[in-house]
Design a protein. Sequence first.
Length: 127
Amino acid sequence: MDRGIIDVPSPYSVPDTLKRLEDIARAKELTIFARVDHSGEAEKAGLKMRPTQLLIFGSPKAGTPLMIAAPSLAIDLPLKALAWEDAQGKVWLSYNHPEYLRERHGVPEELMKNIAGVEALIQKAVE
């Protein structure tokens, strides 16, 4: 976990992977703050990029106590998930491991339950 990023393979396309995650997050009453289509914006600029999209999501009720305890965590919250296609055409769903965020920002252990569920959401999205 040296980079703190977990890469999970997805059997779906980049847009479908993020759509699945978005639907799961909405069902859990999480807020979808943004969906950034990096490759789509690159194409608009006349550049080629493999499919790459970012979903920014979370819960102010869950995230705010963490940011109060460790203000620097606001640079990493809301949670983010990156769906991307590698050079071989394989799709991945990547996210910051909660333990990495805890160590990086010095978040008290007892507050980590507020974002620990991200792993289950990611796994469900790629089922």
